[in-house]
Design a protein. Structure first.
Length: 318
């Protein structure tokens, strides 16, 4: 919550004082627990508000100036990073603590805490505040889809689900926020962080597959699109009833199961291996649309037998 108040103060100093700001708190889907969380948030905000009003902002200053993850450090890193797109650096400013401290008093007067679910009567009414409002939104299913959170800068998200598509819908922090990229913060669990990394990789892979399919003029029925999932993760692409026509496949890159603990080092073995491999690749022929399958159109048993019969050396101990 301190990070959210600090980000609001910084946006004010950047001429965005009439823009809306939102903090998302998404922990559970059950409304009873959301009400309990709102009470805790109310208590914590009142405590922080008193600290600011009475001038005790040492905790805020520590966060702002932290050498590892503070706002000053983040802004400085973005501005000095040559690989960061220039358009995303626009509006990023390193603010001195004194200016931020003075602005915090104005920020807390515009804070509203809302419980957004089917039971509570709170509603995020951005249009009713033409001079901007700072919402702390607490909720579950209603916040996960179909609702715009304007000026989202801080997210506290630890709700776990089992499906890629549900996680993507709930992940509201993706995207570019010009003028305040450096102020955005996400708080989540290591498990969810790994899940979103896996989703990002899987999404990129299927986009690449679709491009290939389109280039060949094929349809999903002809092509057989696939979505990668990890055997070490409990997450799956979507609900099982939506995957009733899907086939689960295991891709093993270790060929027939043997591993290569060491490489052959004798000159004759290396040269023979090179010749065997060259012949093998030549015999595959030119690629064609017919061979665009997960098994690459190979008769694996036949090809493995050829390699084995030629005594392909796979380790220095052979």
């Amino acid at each position: 919550m301190k990070h959210f108040l600090l980000s609001c103060a910084a946006r004010n100093l950047r001429g965005q004082e009439y823009e809306h700001n939102t903090m998302l708190i998404h922990v559970v889907r059950f409304t009873a627990q959301q009400s309990d969380i709102k009470e805790l948030v109310d208590d914590e905000f009142n405590r922080l508000k008193n600290e600011i009003k009475f001038g005790d902002t040492s905790g805020f200053k520590k966060i702002w100036e932290d050498k590892e993850s503070g706002f000053e450090k983040t802004s400085e890193s973005i501005l000095n990073d040559s690989s960061f797109p220039e358009i995303l650096k626009k509006g990023v400013v390193i603010h001195p603590w004194g200016d931020i401290k003075a602005e915090l008093v104005k920020v807390v007067d515009k804070i509203l805490i809302a419980e957004v679910n089917g039971v509570a009567k709170d509603v995020l009414e951005y249009n009713n505040y033409p001079e901007g409002v700072n919402y702390i939104a607490i909720g579950g299913d209603k916040l996960s889809r179909g609702l715009t959170l304007e000026g989202l800068t801080t997210s506290y998200y630890i709700r776990t689900v089992n499906y890629y598509d549900s996680l993507m819908q709930m992940g509201r922090w993706f995207g570019y926020r010009n003028g305040y990229n450096d102020l955005c913060r996400l708080y989540t669990s290591s498990d969810l962080l790994d899940a979103f990394q896996n989703i990002s990789v899987a999404s990129q892979e299927i986009r690449s597959e679709i491009k290939v399919m389109n280039a060949l003029g094929k349809t999903p029925k002809d092509f057989g699109l696939w979505i990668a999932s990890s055997p070490y993760s409990h997450y799956i692409p979507t609900a099982r009833n939506k995957m009733r026509h899907a086939e689960k496949m295991f891709i093993n890159y270790s060929l027939w199961g043997n591993q290569m603990p060491t490489l052959p080092w004798k000159k004759d073995d290396v040269l023979k291996n090179f010749d065997f491999t060259s012949d093998f690749l030549k015999n595959l022929g030119e690629p064609s649309e017919k061979n665009i399958k997960r098994d690459f159109g190979l008769n694996k048993t036949k090809e493995k037998k050829i390699i084995v019969e030629k005594e392909f050396k796979i380790s220095a101990q052979n």
